[in-house]
Each structure stands twice: as C-alpha cells, then as structure tokens.
Design a protein around this ligand. Structure first.
Ligand code: ADP
Ligand code: ASP
Ligand code: MG
Length: 433
C-alpha cells in the first residue's frame, strides 16, 4: 500500500454506496456496549434490560457488542504463548471469537425477555473489509442483509471489531474497533442515533479515571473528538467518529451504569458561535507509542521517501516525523513515533533497508507516551506552549519531542512521566467550558 491509499480512507469511500438503502418507515437506533458493560452475565442481563427499555412500538434496535471484559487481552496472550510473532490471519480469527461469545449470550438473554432477537457475526451480516489483518478498514456493508434481518427481528445483536474479506477471511478493525462497527452500521442503515454505552458518563476534558478534576463535556464537535481520540483518548475509536462526521450520524456517549444520564452529544459543533465555541477541548494521553530513529542516513534527496515507502508497504502508520541535521557530517537522523504493536515490524523493515540506505543503525524506545492538548483555539497561541513547557521544566519532566498543529500541541515524554505531565497540562488551561 502506498501513502495516497492510506490518506484516501477506504472506509469512508465505500459505505456511501450502501447508505442509499435507508429504511424509510421504521426508526432504527444503534446501541454499542463495550467490554466492561458486558463483563459478566449479570451485566449482560442489565444491558438486555436497557435494550428492552429503549424498544418502542414499531422501532428497531441494532446492538453492537465488544468481547466480555478483558477477553481480547486474554486471547492475545494465548496467541503469543503459541508463537513469538503470531500469524496475523490466525490472530484475527482467534480475537474475533471474543465478540462471538458476547453476541450469542446477549441474544439469548434478550430472547428470554420475550424480545425477537438474533445474533450475527460480521461474516453472517456481511461487514466486508480490505485484506489487512489487525487493522482492516470497512469497505462495504450488506445493508440488504441488515434490512432483511430487521424484518424478522426487533433487535439484531452484531459482533463489533470484526470483518470479513471478499474471499472469506476474518479480519479485525484494530483495538477499540467495536465503536467503528457501530458507526458504520448506523451509517449503512441510516440510523436515528448511535449511542456508545461505556463505563463513564460521557466525554470529559481528560480521562476521568486519571484526572479527578476532568470535566464532563455535554456537547462536543466531531472535529474535537476525532483529535482527542487520535491522540489517545481511549473513550472512542477515532475512525468511528470520522465515519459519524462523514455520514452525519448523531452520536452520543453514555454510561451503561447510569442509563438515564444524558451523556455527551457529538455533532457538528455550535454553528451559531463558531469562532467562540471553545478554544481548548481537553488533554489526551497515548501510552501505546514508541519512538524509532534511523541514524546517520546520508543527507541527499530521496532518502526520506524510501524510508516512508518501505513502511507504507508494510501498512505501518507513523507520526511526528523529525529530522535532525548534522551540518559537518552531511548526515541526518530521522526519528518518528509508531504504535507499539507495529514496533517489531518497523524495526525489521528499517533493518532490511539500512545497508542500502547507508545508515548506521536503528534504535528504538518503547517507554514513551504522547501527551497532547487539543483545541480549536490553539493556533498561533505560543503563550500556551510557553506555560506548559515551563511547568514541565519546573516539575523535572523532560520533553523528548514536540509537535504542533492548528488543533493540537503534543509532547513526547517518558512513559513514567505521562500521568504527571497530563495533570500539569490539564491544570494549565483552567476552568474553561
Ligand atoms: P469500552 O470498553 O466501553 O469501549 P473503553 O475502556 O474503550 O470502554 O473507554 C472508556 C474509558 O476511556 C474510560 O473508562 C476512561 O478511563 C477512558 N477515557 C480516556 N479519555 C477519556 C475522556 N476524555 N473522556 C472519557 N473517558 C476517557
Ligand atoms: N474487543 C476489542 C478490544 O478489546 C474491540 C473493542 O472492545 O472495541 O479492543
Ligand atoms: Mg472502547
């Protein structure tokens, strides 16, 4: 795969062919329940009751569920005990079994409540993806199948996180990908709303389980949440929100354990007060990052391109690319960040081209974290950066890399400093909202 294919999001391009098939008469809501919400049978019963209470006469519900509790982590561990670097096709088949358990248990529980309900895997319903294991993007959804199944049932329970290739292989969408399944289904079926039920009240200005002062945001724009999610706010899978924005899916994040709480609404933002809506949205931390440097590559045209091409061909997405120039030696060091799950493959890829490029070595650091401030009002505000860098300095936190854009300020720090750095960043933008 080359870079322009990565930029041209297949997920977004393909679903457009199916959105036309919308249900005109019947209202459909998509409700997604994450791993903690279906952790055990008592919670599955609770979820079934929420679904029952949401079911109104004539309306239909499409439920998307994750695997129970930490099942996906457990399955990953099992796989890694069989092979040092498990085959990704086999790993995807293994991981998809987690969601297959939870859909069947929820469908049975709903049936016990007298609700016409059936479970479906991605293969059964037809959630087609590209043939890329462990981070496949959705290319098509068989909405005719969905519509047919909805005619015979009031609630469909669909497995999140998984897909199927045109030739029948099972794929997965990447960790946290059930949110993306939910939004893709909502887009394909023209749902009224896509409610993401989780274990917190909604989207906060920072992870409420790390920063007690984090404030609940009643309403956020797609753009703000996409940045927060891309930069590590685990509460939503970034691709889910990208899909929701593209197809104008109304999204809410709600608490499974407080079903009457209204949660956070995600929409296009405040059209009336566009420029003064909110300058800072929050802080996000991504601890699943690592940093890689290819040392002493010759300072001549074409080198950076060859490095990026080799990584793109292996479906490795990198970020925060930096080049440090040594004027006397005529060499550069090129450093970037990459998700830890791609670190081994990244090192292998760079080692395989190192001699050809005439580079001296490849070094990496898996113990880093990205800490980011996100907000539409960050552009041109050098004072904010000064405040944060000074506070980090006073706290003895060393900044390894810095990147800025119109909507974010990201610092790479050592993993051990991540929580402290995020608290400092959060307290430095005050009580806005
Ligand atoms: P689920 O299993 O329901 O998909 P996740 O664990 O993926 O749940 O996401 C919910 C968690 O996201 C919360 O428990 C919280 O710790 C974390 N989180 C990180 N950043 C935020 C944020 N800005 N707002 C709310 N939750 C956040
Ligand atoms: N079960 C998968 C995971 O743990 C997908 C999800 O929960 O969204 O990443
Ligand atoms: Mg999640």
């Amino acid at each position: 795969m080359v870079w322009w294919q990565l930029v041209n999001n297949a997920e977004i391009a393909a679903i457009s062919s199916t959105t036309a098939l919308q249900r005109e008469r019947i209202s459909v809501s998509v409700l997604k329940f994450g791993g903690t919400s279906v952790k055990n049978l008592a919670r599955i019963q609770h979820v079934a009751e929420i679904v029952r209470d949401r079911l109104t006469a004539g309306a239909k519900i499409l439920v998307v569920v994750s695997a129970m509790g930490d099942t996906t982590d457990y399955l990953l561990k099992l796989g890694s005990q069989c092979a040092k670097s498990p085959d990704r096709r086999e790993l995807d088949s293994l991981l998809s079994t987690g969601e297959q358990i939870s859909i069947t248990l929820l469908a049975m529980t709903l049936q016990e409540l007298g609700i016409r309900s059936r479970s479906f895997t991605a293969s059964q319903i037809g959630i087609f993806t590209e043939k890329v294991h462990s981070k496949a993007r959705i290319v098509d959804i068989n909405s005719a199948n969905l519509n047919r199944a909805l005619e015979h049932n009031d609630v469909l329970v669909v497995a999140g996180f998984q897909g199927v290739t045109a030739d029948g292989d099972i794929t997965t969408l990447g960790r946290g990908g059930s949110d993306t399944t939910a939004c893709a289904l909502a887009a394909a079926i023209g749902a009224d709303v896509c409610d993401i039920y989780t274990d917190v009240d909604g989207i906060y200005t920072a992870d409420p389980n790390v920063i007690a002062e984090a404030r609940l945001l009643k309403r956020v724009s797609y753009g703000e949440v996409i940045e927060m999610a891309r930069l590590g706010a685990q509460v939503l899978h970034p691709r889910a929100v990208e899909l929701a924005r593209q197809y104008k899916v109304r999204m809410r994040v709600r608490n499974t354990f407080k079903p009457d709480h209204e949660g956070t609404v995600i929409d296009e933002g405040d059209g009336e007060n566009m420029e003064i809506y909110r300058s800072i949205s929050g802080v996000a931390v991504d601890k699943d990052q690592s940093c890689v440097t290819i040392m002493n590559v010759p300072d001549k045209p074409g080198i950076a391109g060859r490095i990026m091409q080799a990584l793109a061909e292996n479906n490795i997405v990198i970020d925060m690319i930096m080049q440090a120039f040594h004027p006397t030696a005529g060499h550069n060091n090129i450093t970037f960040t990459v998700h830890v799950s791609d670190l081994d493959q990244t090192i292998k890829t760079l080692e395989s081209i190192k001699d050809d490029l005439d580079a001296s070595s490849v070094i990496s650091d898996p113990d880093i974290a990205k800490v980011s401030l996100i907000g539409a009002g960050l552009a041109g505000q050098s004072g904010i950066a000064a405040t944060i860098f000074n506070s980090f300095g006073a706290a003895g936190i060393n900044i390894k890399m810095i990147a800025t854009s119109e909507m974010k300020l990201t610092c790479v720090v050592s993993a051990a400093d991540a929580d402290r750095a995020s608290k400092i960043m959060h307290s430095s933008f005050g009580e806005e909202e």
